[in-house]
Design a protein around this ligand. Structure first.
Ligand code: PLP
Length: 408
C-alpha cells in the first residue's frame, strides 16, 4: 500500500491563485474580457531588448554544430555564477564567491527543495501574511512532522515579523515583502541575525523583489542580509530574475548558500549546508537551459542594467501614483515604496474574500484577498501595480464611482 506524504494532507485550502482563477472562470465571458488584473503579481511587459538579443544569440548557438551544448552543470554555468557574485555581492562589499551561488529554475521551487536536505521534526517560522509558497513548502517538505509557528505582521509592528521567545530551526523571511510591500530595515535584519546566531537557526531570506528596493535609502534598507555582521553564518538568500527581468515564464533564479552555514548530523557533527545542497542538486537537478542563463547574464551588462532600471523606475512611479490615488479615496494603504504591491485596508464589514468578490463583480477589478496570505491578512487586499499605468488609472475611476459602505 503506497502512502501519501502526510504533509500534503495538512494543506488546508486550494492554492490562493488557483482559487482566484476558479472565481474568474465562473464570470460570463464578456465580463472576463473587461477585467483589470491587479491580482496575480506577474510581470506584464516584454523582455528588455538586451536580454532578448542575448537569449536569441544563445538559441542560435544551439543550432550550430560547433557551439551546441547539451547538459550544463547542475549548479549553473560559471559565466552566470561569476556575474551574480560580482554584481550582486562583491561590488557592494559582500564577500560571496561564485561557488556559493546555485542557479535554479525558480525561487518557488528552491524554497520547497531546500527541505530535501533538512531533517524531520523541524520548527519553522513563517511570517503571517506572506507569500503562500513557504507554508506549502514547510508542510510538504516537513512531511507533516514540522511544527509551523506563524509570526504576525500587523499594523502594530509595521508588518515586520519579530523573533519569538523560543528557538526555531528555520525562519522564512521575505524582503521586500509579498504581499505587504514592506522592506526590512538594517535594524530588522539585525534582530533576526542575532536571534539566529543565538539559536543556531537558519534564515531563508527571499529577495524576489529586491530590484525594486529604492536605492536612495540604502543605509536604512540593505540590499542583502549579508550586509549585517554574522549573517553569512546563518542565512540563505533566494533571488529570482522573475520580477527583476520579466523571467516569470522563462524561469531562472539563484540561491546563495555561504560556506559558513552549517547543518548537523545525528552525531552532532556539522557539515556545510552548501556541500549538502551541491550533493542534492547533483543527484536531482540537471540545470537551467543555456539560453536562459545567457539571458540572465545579460541582466548584468551595462545595457541590460540600464534597460531594467528603466522598467523598475516606471513600475515604481505608477505604484506611487496608485498609492496616492487610493489614499485620496480614503483607503489606509501600506507598502508601495520598495515593491509594486500596495497592502490596502478594506472598509469595515467585509471579509477580504467578500471585498474581492465585490471588486470583481461590480468594478471588474481583480485584487488578491489578504486572508489568502495568512490569518493576519484578513481585513486587507493586495493590489499589484505590475500592470499598465492606464489600467491602474482605470481602476481608480471605477473605485471612485463605487459606494463601499455595506448595506445593513
Ligand atoms: N518569492 C516571492 C516572494 C514571490 O512573490 C514569488 C512570486 O510571486 C516568487 C518567490 C516566485 O519566484 P520564481 O518565479 O523565481 O519561482
Amino acid at each position: 500500500m503506497t502512502q501519501i506524504n502526510p504533509g500534503l494532507l495538512g494543506i488546508k485550502d486550494s492554492y490562493l491563485f488557483a482559487k482566484i482563477r476558479e472565481k474568474i472562470h465562473l464570470l460570463p465571458q464578456a465580463q472576463r474580457k473587461q477585467l483589470i488584473n491587479l491580482g496575480i503579481g506577474d510581470v506584464t511587459g516584454p523582455l528588455a531588448p538586451a536580454i532578448l538579443s542575448a537569449f536569441q544569440a544563445a538559441v542560435q548557438e544551439l543550432g550550430c554544430k560547433k557551439t551546441f551544448r547539451g547538459y550544463g552543470p547542475p549548479q549553473g554555468y560559471d559565466f552566470l555564477r561569476e556575474a551574480i557574485a560580482h554584481e550582486d555581492y562583491q561590488k557592494n562589499g559582500i564577500a560571496i564567491s561564485p561557488d556559493e551561488i546555485f542557479i535554479s529554475d525558480g525561487s518557488k521551487c528552491d524554497c520547497a527543495h531546500l527541505y530535501d536536505v533538512l531533517g524531520e521534526n523541524l520548527s519553522i517560522g513563517i511570517p503571517d501574511p506572506v507569500y503562500p509558497a513557504y507554508e506549502q513548502a514547510a508542510w510538504i517538505g516537513g512531511r507533516g512532522k514540522a511544527k509551523i509557528h506563524y509570526l504576525p505582521c500587523t499594523e502594530n509592528n509595521n508588518f515586520i515579523p519579530l523573533p519569538p521567545e523560543f528557538p526555531l530551526d528555520i525562519v522564512h523571511l521575505c524582503s521586500p515583502n509579498n504581499p505587504t510591500g514592506v522592506a526590512f530595515s538594517r535594524k530588522d535584519f539585525l534582530q533576526w541575525v542575532e536571534y539566529a546566531l543565538e539559536h543556531k537557526s537558519i534564515l531563508i531570506v527571499d529577495g524576489a523583489y529586491q530590484a525594486f528596493l529604492q536605492t536612495t535609502d540604502l543605509l536604512t534598507f540593505p540590499r542583502s542580509i549579508y550586509e549585517i555582521p554574522g549573517a553569512k553564518n546563518v542565512s540563505i538568500e533566494l533571488r529570482s530574475f522573475s520580477k527583476t527581468a520579466g523571467f516569470t515564464g522563462i524561469r531562472c533564479a539563484y540561491t546563495t548558500i555561504p560556506k559558513e552555514v552549517l547543518l548537523w548530523d545525528h552525531n552532532r557533527s556539522s557539515l556545510p549546508f552548501w556541500q549538502i545542497w551541491e550533493k542534492r542538486q547533483n543527484g536531482m537537478f540537471n540545470g537551467v537551459s543555456y539560453p536562459v542563463q545567457k539571458a540572465a547574464q545579460a541582466c548584468y551588462t551595462p545595457q541590460g542594467k540600464k534597460e531594467l532600471q528603466q522598467v523598475v523606475k516606471s513600475t515604481m512611479k505608477s505604484t506611487q501614483k496608485f498609492y496616492s490615488d487610493l489614499q485620496a479615496l480614503g483607503f489606509s494603504v501600506y507598502g508601495g515604496t520598495h515593491a509594486p504591491y500596495i497592502w490596502t485596508k478594506i472598509p469595515q464589514g467585509y471579509t477580504s474574500w467578500e471585498f474581492f468578490d465585490l471588486l470583481l463583480e461590480k468594478c471588474n477589478i481583480i485584487c488578491t484577498p489578504g486572508s489568502g496570505f495568512g490569518k493576519n491578512g484578513e481585513g486587507f487586499v493586495r493590489f499589484s501595480a505590475f500592470g499598465e499605468a492606464s489600467s491602474l488609472d482605470e481602476s481608480i475611476s471605477c473605485l471612485r464611482s463605487f459606494d463601499f459602505s455595506k448595506p445593513s
